[in-house]
Structures are given as C-alpha cells and as structure tokens.
Design a binder for this molecule. Structure first.
Ligand code: SF4
Length: 178
C-alpha cells in the first residue's frame, strides 16, 4: 500500500519563506525538516506538496504578517482556489483505501497561514512612516491557539468534501518519529 504524506510547501522549499533573522528558529526547523525527510525516505512515503499561499500572493519580498492581515475574503478565496486541486487529489486517493493510506497533513505552527495549533496574531497594519507607536505595535504580537487562514480553509474544505485526514504540525510530528 502507498503511504502518502501531505506537507506544507516550505517543508520542501524554504526559499518560499519570509526572510528570517532568528537563527535558533531556523536551526530547529531545519533539524525537524531533516528528520522528516529521512523518515520519509526510510519508510518509502510519498510526498504531496501544498502550495505556499503567501509566496503566491505576496512574493519573496513580503514582510512577516499576522493572521488578522490575511483574514479577508480575497485571501480566503485564493486559498480555496489553491486548495481545490489538492482536495480533489486527496478525495481520489481516499476512494481507494486498499491502495493508498493518507498519513496526514503537516502544518507549520506559528504561521498566520499554515499554522494548525498556533498562529501569530497582533494588531498590525497601516503606514510605518509617521506612526507614533510603531515600536509598540510590533511588540503586541502573540501566539493564539487556533489555525492560520490557509489551514482554516483547508479544514472546512476537507469537511465539505468528506475527506478524513489528520492534521499535525511539523515539530509535533517529528517528535513522534525515529
Ligand atoms: S505560507 Fe505556509 S508554506 Fe508558505 S512559507 Fe508560510 S508556512 Fe510555509
């Protein structure tokens, strides 16, 4: 039987990510990616890569955002459109349980788009220039225990199409594999 794992885009392509200056975070994520890739190769698991909504919509020079900035109808609609061919593929695989096993979807916790247990939120927005409390604004960032926008759309799309597949985040998944 083929085992299939669905992964957030940047697990296989970190070039899609927002430029990060947090070396500790980068090191930890790379260690998790390496562990996952080794596990996948060792266990002959097939990978299906999700699109990166932020790179597609905002490109390589985007700032880091918070969930509130993506929580608007057009971003959600674009997420659904990107997800449609993926969900159709998952539906097809799920119709042949004797041939395919859908292991799960790997999210990226903390991301305002691809987080599952956690997403970053804050009262961000507006012009930088002339903003009297810009410094204060940046520091009101916090992690909320909820999915990002892309994952929210994924969850409701899967439900609508009756596809039952677990969602986990990269660090939780890699703590449970050898
Ligand atoms: S939007 Fe998702 S896939 Fe793209 S860089 Fe962020 S976490 Fe990775």
């Amino acid at each position: 039987m083929d085992k299939i794992l669905i992964v957030s885009h940047c697990i296989l392509n970190t070039s899609s990510k927002v430029v990060s200056y947090n070396q500790e975070e980068i090191k930890q994520e790379n260690a998790n990616r390496e562990k996952l890739i080794k596990y996948v190769l060792k266990n002959n698991i097939q990978l299906l890569q999700l699109p990166c909504p932020e790179f597609l919509l905002y490109g390589a020079k985007r700032w880091g955002h918070v969930k509130e900035q993506f929580n608007h109808p057009y971003f959600r609609k674009q997420c659904r459109e990107m997800l449609e061919p993926i969900i159709m593929q998952l539906k097809e695989y799920a119709s042949y349980p004797e041939r395919f096993q859908l292991l799960g979807i790997i999210a990226i916790d903390g991301s305002p788009s691809c987080g599952y247990h956690m997403t970053c939120k804050g009262d961000w927005g507006g012009e930088f220039t002339g903003c009297p409390d810009l410094h204060k604004k940046f520091y009101n960032l916090y992690m909320a225990k909820e999915p990002g926008i892309f994952m929210e759309e994924m969850i409701s799309f899967l439900k609508k199409e009756n596809v039952d597949i677990p969602i986990m985040d990269l660090s939780t998944f890699t703590t449970h594999i050898n």
